[in-house]
Ligand binder design. Structure first.
Ligand code: GDP
Length: 425
């Protein structure tokens, strides 16, 4: 049985916490897309961790953590992170890396930086982790799969060939130092040594696991609105953030994904550029940012302050629909306890007309939020375990959101810890 944990919005919804929590019951956790560009923050008995590449299941002894073929694998970053958690007392996790996962090359990171520099003020706000150049190369068929590391002659020939085209761009477009194929080969040999003990046929492993009745979690990165097809293109990421892509990025039959748990935050935050209709500014935003998440809304990878906004029913309804949501996990609700009144965006006004359907980018840029204001509950809801024990206005907020997004909120997260969860089924 496979469950997917994915985001409804712009990312940072608290997927790491929900995955970590669900991993208690799981056998296998798989990352199926994205790379080290975003991160999950997880708080558990070992401490507080920011994971970028490792799946959120690495804190349990009973789970196997898998890097699927859809991931942009930065091998040195992966092993640095692995070492860091082990150094902090977490038992060495069981890891498997797909032999079909592709490798983030050192030059992908350089090209990401150079392109952002070249675009100047028109940049995408990339985290400069090499993700866009990586996926461009993957689909241009000049990427490197992990298995290619083990065929040295053909690897050398391909590195040579790829460097020739990259060097034309470096010389004439970016005016930067050229790549040296011998140096890249040396680097790749180091990568080979690092990954060798962990490489395997992931889709076969998962096929067998499904037949044995194992519980598998697919862990998504970012959220629906960053999907390259269905998100706010071009201010999106370069790999699909949707649960459906889990079938491809992990190599499992789509019909085996039985539950799609879409994580939705009780207010909005976004990083990078792009339209953000319910965005707020000034002191109002600063206060929510300071109080948000667990220690403030700042990027787990970059430390950048996140853009803040009120809950957006239009974006979340769409985000949940595109994921194929079976359950909504509504997170970080505790943070809103300080507000007297809580505005919620229930519609977009575009050219004088109000809609509740999420539009394409050009129209989105013209959209103005239609806000409804709900009364706050003015209390700390951390520690509450039963839905009925939440303050009435808090329940009203949850039910208001549920009605507007049209998907069942079956879990409410009221704190960063594993046990800060209220089930509601
Ligand atoms: P992810 O990328 O979707 O996993 O999101 P983040 O790593 O940005 O998680 C959001 C932040 O919120 C992290 O610092 C979590 O520890 C924290 N967090 C998750 N759920 C809750 C919650 O219910 N309440 C509070 N206060 N913090 C939470």
């Amino acid at each position: 049985m496979i469950k997917a944990v994915v985001g409804a919005n712009w990312g940072d919804e608290g997927k790491g916490k929900i995955t970590d929590m669900l991993a208690q019951e799981a056998d296998i956790i798989v990352r199926f897309q994205g790379g080290a560009n975003a991160g999950h923050t997880i708080v558990n008995d070992y401490g507080k961790f920011a994971l970028h590449t490792l799946p959120s299941g690495v804190f349990y002894n009973h789970t196997t953590s898998i890097i699927g073929n859809g991931v942009a694998l930065n091998i040195p970053v992966f092993f640095k992170e692995y070492q860091e958690i082990v150094d902090r007392g977490v038992p060495a996790p069981k890891i498997m890396i797909s032999d079909r996962a592709q490798i983030v090359m050192p030059y992908h990171i350089l090209f990401d930086q150079y392109e952002e520099e070249r675009l100047g003020g028109k940049s995408f706000g990339s985290t400069k982790s090499g993700i866009a150049p990586f996926y461009s190369d993957k689909y241009a068929k000049i990427g490197f799969q992990v298995n290619e590391l083990f065929h040295e002659d053909s690897l050398r020939e391909k590195v040579q060939r790829v460097c020739e085209t990259k060097n034309v761009l470096l010389e004439h477009l970016y005016h930067k130092p050229l790549l040296n194929p011998d140096e890249i080969m040396e680097e790749l040999k180091k990568y080979r040594e690092m990954v060798a003990p962990y490489v395997g046929d992931v889709s076969l492993y998962l096929w067998d696991a499904i037949k044995e009745g194992k519980e598998i979690l697919l862990e998504g990165q970012l959220g629906s609105l960053k999907d390259p097809d269905h998100g706010i293109y071009p201010m999106v990421t370069s790999s699909s953030t949707l649960a459906a892509y889990g079938a491809i990025g992990a190599g499992v039959p789509p019909y085996e994904i039985k539950e799609i748990i879409t994580v939705c935050k009780a207010y909005s935050s976004a990083v990078g550029a792009g339209a953000f209709v319910s965005e707020i500014f000034g002191e109002e935003a600063d206060e929510l940012r300071r109080r948000g998440g667990d220690g403030g809304e700042y990027g787990a990878t970059t430390g950048r302050p996140r853009r803040m906004g009120w809950f957006d029913c239009v974006a979340s309804k769409y985000g949940c629909r595109m994921q194929g949501t079976t359950d909504v996990a509504f997170t970080v609700l505790d943070v809103l306890g300080y507000l007297d009144e809580i505005p919620v965006c229930t519609g977009y006004e575009i050219d004088g007309k109000v809609t509740t359907d999420f539009p394409t980018t050009g129209l989105l840029e013209k959209a103005k939020p239609v806000l409804e204001v709900l009364p706050g509950w003015k209390s700390d809801i951390r520690g509450i375990k039963k839905y009925e024990d939440l303050p009435e206005n808090c329940r009203k907020y949850v039910e208001f959101v549920e009605e507007h997004i049209g998907f069942p909120i079956t879990m409410i997260s009221n704190g960063p810890g594993r046990n800060d969860i209220i089930y509601r089924k």
